[in-house]
Write a protein that binds this ligand. Structure first.
Ligand SMILES: Nc1ncnc2c1ncn2[C@@H]1O[C@H](COP(=O)(O)OP(=O)(O)OP(=O)(O)O)[C@@H](O)[C@H]1O
Ligand SMILES: [Mg+2]
Length: 429
């Protein structure tokens, strides 16, 4: 969905940067863009109009684009209050000598993963080099055409040379029924709703998956078609298989039927993971409690892993084996995150949280109490925990997890890496 928001900012400089509407440019070479969010701040009506035309281009159909009149300072003020999108486009008439200084407050509030394109009017190669060195993705000099904009966005987000757009987060349970899917679904929903980031939830539990029930959906197609028709798998086919759960969350649902046996080839999920990472910033993988070659490969490939466990002996033993095996599979990666779930079931003897974690030599990233009423009514009504009771402690825990897993801090402050750090240092010079 593409939306245009003509919020008018009074503090707008009137001198416009030339926009080239006479030249559509070579659009044929631009591939459809993935599900990214873009927020553009334009100083001129012309640029606003050009972006409106970009937004209507079919290659932008999956992109969420907001454009409003405003300066670099308006962008900094806005993003001090809300999460930054995947891409910020800034049209600016600021003098080259002052540009880095103007960008510093924005860098302070920018997420490390956010890309920035600047459209200016000074053809200044030294400035260009300095900006690129400081984390700006592209510096365009007007007049720019629709194709120029789509081409640079495409270079940033679909160029095979650059890192893939999406990060994948795999969730697996230490034992069947410990709540791994519940944690995965609530995190996927949390990331998509808290940060307005597109998330694709893939339910890898083909025979028994519950993502369809948890989001009250019954799509005719889903992950099985992707697994068993790899030759058809491209962005267009993926789009047809996705079921929409909410504004920014879509799902590759499991068939959850036993009309066939699901023997999965060891590499069956590799092409799916790749296309998911090209299609959306976050892919949440709900991996069943199975240890076979294909699950090992999915877990080896994922950017982050979340192991959910309940505090009993079998969970502890399995979690220990999982952590050890994953360490061997992912020698250069951080260990998985541990979520302790269903803590405090009445009358059930359990291993104390501290002892459980000490044996595993990890700190849990979340502890969720057993709450039959809350989780039961969420599961039975096809809603997420925060939709049932947004004040429940578990809702807050899922929100913190969503922040942690996407590398965001709860309180907005300067990033210690990427654009924020470098520009922040420059600003202090
Ligand atoms: N903290 C909790 N308190 C109470 N019930 C919970 C809690 N977490 C999960 N549940 C419930 O436990 C049941 C199992 O959860 P879920 O299906 O998410 O587990 P799983 O680990 O994915 O299981 P499977 O091995 O079948 O994939 C569900 O009915 C869910 O609602
Ligand atoms: Mg499950």
């Amino acid at each position: 969905m593409t939306t245009i928001d003509y919020t008018i900012d009074n503090d707008v400089r009137r001198d416009s940067i030339a926009v080239d509407t006479t030249r559509p440019g070579d659009l044929d070479i631009v591939r459809p863009l993935p599900r990214i969010s873009i927020h553009a701040f334009c100083e001129s009506e012309g640029m606003l109009h050009l972006l409106d035309q970009c937004a209507r281009d079919r290659r932008m159909s999956k992109v969420t684009l907001r454009s409003n009149k405003g300066t670099i300072s308006s962008a900094a003020a806005m993003f001090a209050q809300m999460p930054t999108p995947n891409l910020i486009i800034l049209e600016t008439s600021v003098d080259p000598a002052n540009l880095l200084g103007e960008l510093a407050p924005l860098a302070e509030v920018c997420d490390a993963s956010t890309k920035v394109i600047i459209i200016a009017k000074h053809n200044d190669i030294r400035l260009y080099r300095e900006l690129i060195r400081n984390g700006i993705s592209e510096y365009l000099v007007g007049p720019v055409s629709i194709a120029d904009i789509l081409q640079v966005v495409s270079n940033i987000f679909i160029d095979p040379q650059t890192e893939p757009l999406g990060r994948s987060i795999a969730f697996i349970g230490a034992k069947g029924g410990c709540g791994s899917s519940t944690v995965a679904h609530n995190c996927a929903w949390g990331i998509s709703s808290l940060f307005s980031t597109a998330v694709i939830l893939a339910d890898l539990d083909l025979p028994y998956g519950t993502a369809n029930i948890d989001f009250d959906q019954d799509p005719a197609q889903g992950i099985a078609e992707a697994v068993y028709s790899p030759e058809r798998l491209d962005e267009v086919f993926l789009d047809r298989l996705l079921a929409r759960c909410s504004d920014h969350l879509s799902m590759l649902a499991a068939p959850s039927m036993l009309d066939r046996a699901y023997d999965i080839e060891p590499g069956a999920f590799a092409p799916i993971l790749e296309i998911l990472q090209r299609s959306a910033p976050v892919a949440v993988l709900d991996v069943p409690h199975v240890w076979s070659e294909w699950t090992r490969r999915v877990l080896a490939e994922a950017d982050e892993i979340v192991v959910t466990a309940m505090p009993d002996l079998a969970n502890l033993r399995n979690a220990k084996n999982l952590f050890d095996s994953l360490k061997r599979l992912r020698q250069n990666d951080k260990p998985p995150h541990l979520v302790l779930n269903q803590v405090g079931v009445p009358k059930r003897p359990e291993i104390a949280v501290d002892d459980f974690c000490k044996s595993l030599e990890v700190d849990p990233c979340a502890i969720l109490q057993f709450d039959a009423a809350l989780f039961g009514s969420a599961a039975n009504s096809g809603r997420m925990v925060a939709e049932v009771d947004k004040k429940a402690p578990a809702a807050e825990t899922f929100s913190q997890l969503a922040h942690l897993l996407t590398g965001r801090t709860t309180v907005k402050k300067a990033r210690k890496q990427g654009l924020g750090k470098v520009l922040g240092m420059l600003a202090r010079k």
